[in-house]
Design a binder for this molecule. Structure first.
Ligand code: ADP
Length: 392
């Protein structure tokens, strides 16, 4: 099947073209609407880059299709069997991938208040391609959908129940496409059915989340109503006392939108040590920078708290899985996360396996570990293709 996967952000667009689940080409279009835009085509091991002004998403998509045509990758959009759209927030409405129709477009629009930073951009991609190619099957795949299996006692906040009923205030969870892919891959590499697996999956990228998976389904996850809750992240704070917000507003002269920006963009690793790139944080910590070391220790400590909580919630854990830019590449982070857990949850890392760099799924657990430990590269676009194939 020829499938195009689209991930539209507010000023960027990522497209990946697949034929029979093989990735043929990737397009990255950045700085849409800004003075200087860039487009990048990754094809057959080569990168073709161009700097030019890209006024809006409509032009970005035109540029993407022109490049795919120019390099004889996809001469006609009409030959596509389907288009998959990544949508961040599916709210309470979407539990699985769904065919795009005008009604679905309106439903996704109705969820904008829950994801004001993400859903409008996702919708733009959908609206443009649906208007031009309504006869090509188009499917929305939601980041929240994988976590719709959480039970009410995990997804509700201890707030007035009427807020859930009236305002949809609850935990939804994110990175679901990645956690779903990792569960599928863990089952494959472990030679098990995913329905028989209990996992703790750690997606550690710029954003970070932990998920407790029982019998292949998410039963709890660290992100909440928005991707701000949970683990400490590159620039997001994760779990904090909510009373800090009125305190900042009443006593520190900050308005709500300033506070929101600070919590999302100036907190986390960056807030503590000034850097949000984990490579930089580790390097500075090694060079003796006390705040970088503190940021690293806080980052690890908060991951370990979630592992402890999820190990108890699950009762029995088959594997701990690391993914995302940090999870896949930062051996130091993995080692620190797993350090000293032999007694408590009988988990032991094999240091030499952990330190071997690799880009494929690999086991890094010690032969004596009761819980397997895996590093599994995520592939959200491929997961979208696989979910889409089930319904097209
Ligand atoms: P996103 O959430 O934007 O998709 P990624 O999953 O690509 O992000 O992860 C980005 C993070 O991965 C950055 O913090 C970067 O520092 C980190 N990272 C990438 N390579 C390494 C590495 N070799 N060692 C430590 N951290 C790394």
């Amino acid at each position: 099947m020829k499938i195009l996967v689209l991930n539209a952000g507010s000023s960027s667009l990522k497209c990946q073209y697949f034929v029979d689940r093989i990735s043929i080409a990737t397009l990255l279009i950045e700085c849409i609407g800004e003075k200087h835009g860039h487009s990048k085509l990754l094809y057959q091991g080569e990168t073709i880059s161009k700097d030019h002004h890209i006024p809006d998403h409509e032009d970005a998509l035109k540029e993407a299709f022109t490049l795919l045509d120019q390099y004889h990758i996809l001469p006609s959009v009409n030959t596509l069997d389907a288009i998959g759209h990544r949508v961040v927030h599916g709210g309470n409405l979407f539990h699985q991938p769904i065919h795009i129709t005008p009604k679905i477009i309106e439903d996704i629009r109705s969820l904008i208040p829950l994801a004001p930073l993400h859903n409008p951009a996702n919708l733009k991609g959908i609206e443009i391609l649906y208007a031009h190619y309504p006869y090509i099957p188009q499917v929305a795949v939601f980041d929240t959908a994988f976590h719709q299996s959480m039970p009410a006692h995990a997804y509700l906040y201890p707030l007035p129940y009427s807020w859930y009923e009236k305002f949809d205030i609850r935990r939804y969870g994110f990175h679901g496409i990645s956690h779903s892919f990792i569960t599928r891959e863990a089952a494959r590499v472990m030679g098990r059915e995913s329905a028989s697996l209990n996992l703790i999956t750690l997606h550690l990228g710029n954003g970070a989340s932990a998920t407790a998976i029982r019998s292949g389904r998410s039963i709890d996850t660290s992100m909440g109503m928005t991707p701000l809750e949970g683990l400490m992240m590159g620039t997001r704070c994760g779990d904090i006392d909510p009373a800090i917000i009125p305190y900042l507003s009443e006593h520190c002269g900050m308005d709500i939108s300033t506070i929101e920006t600070l919590l999302n963009k100036k907190s986390g690793l960056k807030g503590i040590c000034g850097h949000n790139d984990m490579r930089e944080v580790i390097k500075k910590a090694d060079d003796g920078d006390a705040l970088s070391l503190l940021a690293l220790q806080m980052y690890i400590y908060r991951i370990r708290k979630y592992i402890g909580a999820y190990a108890v919630v699950l009762g029995q854990v088959d594997a701990l899985v690391f993914t995302g830019g940090i999870g896949e590449n930062a051996a130091r982070v993995r080692e620190m996360v797993c350090e000293g857990l032999e007694q408590s949850i009988r988990l032991k890392i094999d240091r030499s396996k952990n330190e071997k760099p690799s880009t494929v799924a690999r086991s890094i657990g010690h032969s004596k570990s009761h819980i397997q430990i895996w590093v599994i590269p995520t592939n959200e676009e491929l997961e979208i293709v696989m979910q889409l194939e089930n319904i097209v």
